[in-house]
Design a protein around this ligand. Structure first.
Ligand code: NCD
Ligand code: ZN
Length: 369
């Protein structure tokens, strides 16, 4: 198989940032994905429906700026303008059940995100004791069917960084699901065999047939193991959170993504940081993958001999989970190697380094309709 015809994909986990950074990255997402679940870890975080609505307006204005920039053909502009940002509230100890009501009523907020305090970039305002601080909110989300998106790592400094996701399953995920068995949960950017297994085995559906527990998987966790962080020296552009794990985990994630099971879907976790903030004595966590993500995912599925399950992962399972229609139209990917530049323009002259910069990807998007 050298070409893949699929319904237009969505990105169920992306960081679009704000201001100038947003203007630099928006087109990479909006050209390749019709919709995206937009992470709320701005500074300050998107903690209310009003903030989410204002952020959504800024994203749509950024699309218009891209269209007016002269960089995109009229057919590309038509694709850009179809993009729908799906907003997310950042959960804090102060989030109220009434805020959940407002979120659902707004029609623009599609989930609430749990950042354990201190787990990752801009998580300081997050939650330190989920069941202790947030039970009333979780109760309301369970009743209304609003999904909780989870950054699944414990934050205890004594726990080895490579074990934090597996420990989170026992310490938070299991008690959470026991207490709120009908709460709809996405275990975001899973990185371990334990998480893949947990999401596979805990499968179950609600009264409307929607999955109760799902997971997103990034391109880097399907294509790389932790050796990538250290090959030939310290490689900051492969550093993200949760961090890359051993090969056995990559293989388990690839099995899960390519299984065709409805609870696994695409979420790039594309997390842009300027080059000088990655290539620093204390480099930021996050891989910028949006521009080439679809080709990278197709390459991973191809290597696993599972291109027949690519559309389910990229375009069907996510909408089914979120109760949204599959996108109309068509995207064509071709086994057609494409160079990935060393650097792309970003907010300062330092630019931004995309995932697998200076090399190539075996698949590329050749048609969007
Ligand atoms: C994300 C970011 O930079 O916002 N970084 C990352 O490594 N994935 C935050 C996150 O999703 O953990
Ligand atoms: Zn993320």
């Amino acid at each position: 198989m050298d070409t893949l015809h699929i319904a237009p994909p969505d990105d169920w986990h992306v960081h679009l940032r704000d201001g100038d950074a947003l203007d630099h990255v928006i087109a990479a997402t909006a050209l390749n994905f019709r919709r995206a679940i937009v992470m709320p870890n701005l500074k300050p975080p998107v903690t209310t429906t009003l903030l989410a609505m204002a952020y959504r307006d800024r994203i749509l204005a950024s699309i218009e700026k891209a269209c007016a920039s002269g960089q995109y053909s009229s057919s590309e502009q038509a694709i850009l303008r179809q993009f729908q940002p799906l907003m997310v509230l950042y959960l804090t100890g102060a989030t109220s059940p009434t805020e959940v009501d407002r979120a659902l009523a707004s029609g623009v907020v599609h989930a609430v995100k749990l950042y354990p305090a201190g787990a990752t970039t801009n998580s300081e305002a997050g939650v330190s004791d989920l069941l202790g601080q947030c039970s009333a909110v979780l109760e309301r989300m369970q009743t209304l069917g609003l999904p909780l998106l989870v950054h699944g790592e414990v934050t205890d400094a004594h726990v080895d960084v490579f074990d934090r996701e597996a420990r989170f399953i026992d310490e938070v995920m299991v008690p959470l699901r026991e207490r709120f068995p009908a709460l709809r949960v996405v275990f975001e950017h899973i990185t371990t065999r334990q998480a893949a297994q947990f999401v596979t085995e805990q499968a179950g559906v609600d009264a409307s047939g929607r999955q109760l527990l799902a997971a997103t998987i990034t391109p880097q966790h399907l294509l790389y193991n932790r050796n990538a962080l250290f090959s030939g020296g310290l490689q900051p552009h492969w550093y993200c959170l949760p961090v890359l794990k051993r090969e056995e985990h990559r293989v388990a994630l690839l099995d899960a993504a390519t299984s065709g099971l409805p609870q696994f879907f695409l979420g790039t976790d594309s997390a842009p940081h300027a080059r000088h903030l990655k290539e620093a004595s204390c480099g930021c966590a996050g891989c910028y993958s949006s521009p080439y993500a679809l080709g990278l995912y197709a390459e991973a599925f191809d290597a696993a001999g599972a291109l027949n399950h690519f559309e389910a992962f990229a375009s069907l399972n996510g909408p089914a989970f979120y109760g949204l229609p599959v996108n109309s139209g068509r995207v064509v990917l071709t086994r057609n190697p494409q160079d990935i530049p060393e650097r792309l323009p970003f907010v300062t002259d330092s630019g931004i380094v995309p995932l697998r910069a200076g090399s190539s990807v075996q698949w590329s998007v050749t048609e969007r309709a």
